[in-house]
Write a protein that binds this ligand. Structure first.
Ligand code: FEO
Length: 402
């Protein structure tokens, strides 16, 4: 059965929701599912903007066939070649052999690499700034390399102000009928997943997002809809989400607050984290989020590291090194370019306390623009009452650095 939504008078969402996939990119948990967004324009010519993951192809075909009502599919515009969107290209080519595929040079190269027989069909290879008319609608193509792959472009409909933004402005989470961001409580129910999506998938490429935002800045007043490849479509308060993207891609915190991430084997390092959290709250800083790195997926920790201005990394020493789950978080933060954060360190070790120096060295030598506070709590095995003043001092140091 088809399941479509109307975006504007002649543009439709024809994508699919996926609640069966456990790990996006086989890496990131998606308990709220994910949507693969594809859009169909019914102009004098019919145009499909991107496809869906192969697992959702049947839904796409039902949706497209329903709306076409026997009309041919004339054009396929491909903005991004990652298989969660490109996975159904070959099937579209087989079903509509007279279709013309519109994309760019790098994207056509990737289509061949993935084994799509695009050279057996008509193609239009576009360059940055080219325009193309489908009848009433004229679109222009804006290249957005590394948001998220090198071939990525976005397509802007000059006629109705629809921006097909590829992965940009996407989010984890299935739509389940609600297409528009103004049909949900985005800030309450979606923002965390949007941040987790952006920071983990494209976090490394902040400068490239900034380039795209600069290009979009020139036509901001003309953009009426943002149609991403995942998650809700934006038609109201576009600047709310654009501002979030601006902060995330400049690696600036959204909120003054403290992320406390702890690695604890028997609860003793955790007790320092809890005592510190309590002292911070006592002193008025209640925007504190505390996570066990062993039981929290690293994608969640990454997302929170982008959100808060301050971090406490509390780790037991393990094999004379940093506890593996904490080390993994550090490596991921480095890979995703986390920067501009102030960090306090808590270390523990029963017969050798090494983790603090190693974490400090990693933050200073391997990452960019990280400030490590001089105050550090170092415990041997367990937190004694004699450490109460040190916890107080560290809480004061964190607050003083805000
Ligand atoms: Fe949703 Fe980069 O693909």
């Amino acid at each position: 059965m088809y399941s479509v939504r109307t975006v504007t008078d002649d543009l439709y969402w024809v994508g699919a929701n996926d609640h069966r996939l456990a790990l996006f990119e086989n890496a990131y948990p998606i308990p709220r599912g994910v949507s693969y967004n594809s859009y169909l324009l019914l102009d004098e010519k019919t145009v499909l903007f991107d496809t869906v993951d192969w697992s959702a192809c049947r839904q796409l075909l039902e949706n497209v066939n329903h709306l076409l009502s026997g009309r041919p599919l004339d054009y396929l515009v491909i903005n991004h070649l990652e298989p969660d969107h490109a996975g159904s290209i070959e099937e579209i080519l087989l079903r509509w052999p007279n279709i013309t595929v519109i994309s760019n040079e790098k994207a056509f190269m990737l289509m061949r690499q993935f084994g799509f027989h695009v050279d057996e069909h008509a193609t239009v290879q576009v360059k940055e700034g080219d325009t193309f008319s489908f009848g009433t609608h004229t679109v222009t193509f804006v290249f957005a390399p590394m948001v998220h792959w090198p071939e990525v472009m976005v397509t802007f409909d000059l006629t109705n102000g629809v921006l097909f933004s590829a992965d940009a402005f996407g989010t984890f989470g299935a739509l389940d009928g609600k297409l528009f961001a103004d049909e949900v409580n985005f800030d309450r129910d979606w923002l965390d997943d949007a941040r987790r999506y952006l920071t983990n998938i494209v976090g490394k490429y902040g400068p490239h997002i900034q380039l795209l935002l600069k290009k979009a800045g020139g036509i901001l007043d003309q953009i009426k809809f943002i149609c991403p490849l995942h998650g809700p479509v934006w038609r109201e308060d576009l600047m709310y989400f654009i501002r979030k993207y601006d902060l995330w891609s400049r690696y600036l915190p959204e909120e003054k607050g403290v992320l406390i991430a702890y690695a604890s084997m028997y609860g003793n390092t955790e007790s320092v984290a809890q005592a510190l959290a309590a002292r911070l709250c006592d002193k008025g800083m209640t925007n504190v989020a505390l996570y066990d790195v062993s039981s929290t997926h690293v994608s969640q920790l990454i997302s929170e590291s982008f959100k808060y201005s301050h971090m406490v990394l509390a780790s037991v020493t393990y094999n004379l090194g940093i506890y593996p789950a904490m080390h993994n978080l550090l490596i991921d933060m480095k890979a995703l370019n986390v920067q501009n954060r102030t960090v306090a360190i808590v270390e523990n070790g029963s017969w050798a306390v090494k983790s603090g120096d190693l974490i400090s060295k990693f933050l200073t030598d391997e990452m960019k623009k990280m400030t490590v506070l001089n105050e550090r709590i170092s415990i041997a095995s367990s937190l004694g009452a004699d450490k109460a003043s040190e916890i107080d001092t560290l809480a004061d140091a964190i607050l003083a650095s805000m």
